[in-house]
Design a protein around this ligand. Structure first.
Ligand code: ARG
Length: 457
């Protein structure tokens, strides 16, 4: 049953109905639509549109509908209604007749859908926030397990300086904490109630919109009816927050794919999150991580989609805006799925400590130490940098590490080098030196880990 037949004499074409209907997407708002309708019924009872008795019947019917839908979710889609609002209203009319027909007094689907969607956004941000926190916890656990694990650190994908694996894990903790903070900010900003804004100009009944907002758990009522029904910033912002977070997840995925590669071999991913090749029996592919990396693309696409849909839309509501949900639903689903998968990946990581340590030792990752050593002996840093560059060239030519060059040879590059140099060229010394706040010295990292765990409480 359409809710708007009165003005029409002709029939909708079947193609138009399919094109126009949003139930296949917005059926996911059913619980929010029921919740909003309950609050609206209370609000219009307060201004005398419904009697207390009628309101009670409506509330009961809405609760019954909620239970029925919870028990048989497929009834919603099977109804063939135009959208979720039409579904709920038709169900009420089917169940309680004329009283059901009164519910839409003073309300428009425009303020209704805006409200439902914000309720949904609020509910899902809370869920994602929990998952982000679980991922942070899992990274902290990894950092704790691998607190002292020496790992090669990279710039330009070239071995640069040794770090600890715990330091690597805590870098991603920082990123995910910023994601949480952005998500909390978005959730706070979207938490205003559009209900009672009517189609665009405001509702014609003296509804107490602040009380209505409060009943639905919003921090306040929205302030301008035109903006209320046409604002989709929350969808755009959540898509953006998700895109940034997926960018982080994709970088983590890429790091882990590389660490797991045959060329690196610093970690081994668990069988639970890898797959084999149908042709090459030796293969164990990091599919879970590649999919996290790959799905980042669709999340970016959804952000571009909603921004483009909203661009240059005149005030107030336009049907274009019905396109707001599919992309965000897909974004939140994808994000949640990736976060779930990430937990499984992180839990199953086996570190190949010897390989990682060997790699940290190779690649002249202690060249900076030698330069710092020369600086400590009085050489200006720029000069030290040059000298060490020459030492590295010589070492490469002999296929040796810096610390494998004999003292006499090192002294040819800089006579002020003495045999105390070897102690500073060790991995332990390289790490221990990075002791300022934010550095990879084990003492620093263990403080950083404790602080991160404290922030999670
Ligand atoms: N299904 C619509 C949407 O999601 C509901 C609002 C319809 N309003 C209208 N004036 N046709 O946007």
């Amino acid at each position: 049953m359409a809710l708007w037949g009165g003005r029409f004499t002709g029939q909708s074409s079947e193609l138009f109905k399919q094109f126009n209907d949003s139930l296949p997407v917005d059926h996911r708002l059913v619980m929010q639509d029921i919740q909003g309708s309950q609050a609206w019924a209370n609000a219009i009872t307060q201004v005398g549109i419904l009697t207390a008795e009628e309101n009670q019947q409506l509330q009961q019917a809405l609760e019954q509908l909620r239970d029925d839908v919870a028990a048989n979710p497929e009834v919603v889609l099977a109804s063939g209604a135009e959208d979720i609002h039409s579904f709920v209203e038709s169900e009420l009319i089917k169940r309680i007749g004329d009283i059901g027909k009164k519910l839409h007094t003073g309300r428009s689907r425009n303020d209704q859908v805006a409200t439902d969607f914000k309720l949904w956004c609020r509910d899902s941000t809370a869920e994602v926030l929990e998952q982000l926190q679980a991922a942070i916890q899992s990274l902290c656990d990894l950092a704790e397990r691998e607190l002292t694990t020496v790992f090669p650190g990279y710039t330009h994908l070239q071995r640069a300086q040794p770090i600890t694996l715990s330091h690597w894990a805590l870098a991603y903790v920082e990123m995910l904490e910023r994601d949480c903070s952005r998500l909390r900010g978005a959730s706070k900003r979207l938490n205003t109630c559009p209900l009672g804004s009517g189609a665009l100009a405001g509702t014609a009944y003296p509804i107490d919109r602040q009380a209505l907002a409060q009943e639905l758990g919003f921090s306040r009522a929205t302030r301008n009816s035109l903006d209320s029904v046409s604002d989709r910033d929350h969808a755009v912002e959540l898509c953006a927050v998700a895109a940034i977070s997926m960018m982080h997840l994709s970088r983590m995925a890429e790091d882990l794919i590389f660490f797991n590669s045959g060329e690196a071999g610093f970690i081994e991913l668990s069988d639970a999150v890898t797959s084999g090749s149908s042709l090459m029996p030796q293969k164990k592919n990091p599919d879970a991580l590649e999919l996290i990396r790959g799905k980042t693309g669709r999340v970016y696409g959804n952000l571009t989609g909603i921004l483009t849909t909203m661009k240059a839309l005149p005030l107030a509501y336009n049907k274009d805006m019905q396109e707001d949900k599919e992309g965000l639903f897909d974004t939140i689903d994808t994000w949640q799925l990736c976060l779930k998968m990430l937990l499984l990946v992180l839990d199953g990581i086996q570190v190949r400590h010897a390989n990682a340590e060997l790699a940290a030792q190779q690649g002249y990752a202690n060249a900076t130490e030698l330069a710092d050593y020369l600086v400590a002996k009085g050489m200006p840093f720029r000069e030290a940098h040059d000298v060490v560059g020459a030492v590295v060239v010589a070492a490469i030519a002999e296929n040796l590490a810096i610390e494998q060059l004999p003292l006499t040879q090192l002294q040819q590059f800089a006579p002020l080098i003495s045999d105390d140099v070897y102690a500073i060229l060790t991995l332990e010394s390289c790490l221990a030196k990075r002791c300022a706040h934010g550095g990879t010295a084990i003492a620093q990292v263990s403080e950083a880990l404790a602080a991160a765990q404290q922030r999670q409480r």
